[in-house]
Design a protein around this ligand. Structure first.
Ligand code: XMP
Length: 305
């Protein structure tokens, strides 16, 4: 890459050039790539950009509030409150791939609605170099918003960070003052907490996955895992007070990895594990058991679905 100082004005000029006096739209995920693309586009074309953040209800704790705060300088920011629609669409669905498809399709519907409303001509995307380069040249199938260009008839697609590697995007983010986004912890999957819930996604299970993931990320920060998470994997008998209860089993997972392709389960000390257990069972009275996953990838995957 050219230096960051050169890159930013060049990227802005390119965006202005491509969009002209049209209107552009971008899906913000909360990740660093789309955040940088959106900020560059906003600097370049200001009110001609509509950034869209879809709250699927499957986000991490505090994520939506953080987006609102970080991007409050963007006058057209749209936060789409779609939690109920995602939950409805997922009702009764237990197959992992079907869940992913439903989430992807619902996301596109939500985004399309806004794109039509604001009459968007251009789609800005935070695609980075590694997203474009798979061994066979295909775009990664689980790229978060991979289906977008196909559904809305855009005049053009603008990808201001398409030639950058992740560390370069982070450098640009820092220069743009997006520290809170970079500091924003560990990778988080596009389908969100749904892949941390085995079987049907319900409001109750989402709450367990969200609170538990929050506790796990917080408690394990000092171990600097590549990714740490909690998943709702089933039900088990327990005792709470004087009663036997049939509560949720929460699996805790913390892995070291370079790129997510392979991973090693992290060795944690007993006190940390116990603290996580007691915080989770103390916060969530419908959780009866917490287990720690010691499986590497392979044979396990990082997420549960
Ligand atoms: P797995 O579970 O396949 O995860 O070992 C590897 C990495 O990819 C993330 N992941 C996803 N990211 N959409 C995404 O954007 C998905 O459907 C998805 N599934 C897994 C996972 O969090 C881990 O970082």
């Amino acid at each position: 890459m050219v230096t960051v100082d050169e890159f930013i004005p060049e990227a802005e000029a390119e965006i202005q050039d491509e969009v002209g006096d049209g209107h552009a739209i971008i899906a913000l995920s909360g990740g660093v790539d789309s955040s940088v693309a959106a900020t560059l586009a906003h600097r370049a074309i200001g009110g001609q950009l509509t950034p869209v953040y879809v709250d699927t209800g499957l986000m991490r704790k505090g994520e939506t509030e953080q987006i609102r705060e970080t991007f409050s300088f963007m006058e057209n920011l749209r936060v789409v409150e779609a939690q109920d629609r995602f939950l409805d669409a997922l009702s009764g669905v237990t197959d992992p791939e079907e869940k992913r498809e439903i989430i992807g399709a619902q996301f596109i519907r939500e985004f399309e609605t806004v794109a039509n409303e604001v009459d968007a001509d251009y789609l800005v995307q935070g695609t980075i170099y590694p997203d474009r380069i798979e061994s066979d040249g295909e775009i990664k199938s689980h790229h978060n918003v991979g289906g977008l260009p196909d559904v809305v008839d855009f005049e053009g697609i603008v990808e201001p960070v398409r030639d950058l590697y992740k560390d370069e995007v982070r450098e640009v983010a820092r220069d743009l003052g997006l520290e809170s986004i970079i500091a924003e912890r560990m990778p988080f999957p596009g389908p969100g907490l749904a892949v941390r819930i085995i079987g049907e996604v319900t409001e109750e299970k989402v709450r367990v996955a969200r609170e538990s993931t929050f506790i796990v990320e917080e408690e394990l920060e000092e171990y600097e895992p590549w990714q740490a998470l909690a998943a709702v994997i089933g039900k088990a008998t327990g005792v709470k007070g004087d009663n036997r209860v049939h509560g949720w089993i929460v699996a805790v997972r913390s892995v070291e990895s370079r790129d997510g392709m392979t991973a090693r389960a992290q060795e944690l000390d007993w006190e940390t594990l116990q603290r996580i257990q007691s915080r989770i069972t103390g916060t969530l009275d419908n959780v009866s058991r917490v287990v720690y996953d010691v499986t590497h990838k392979p044979p396990a995957t990082i997420e549960y679905e």
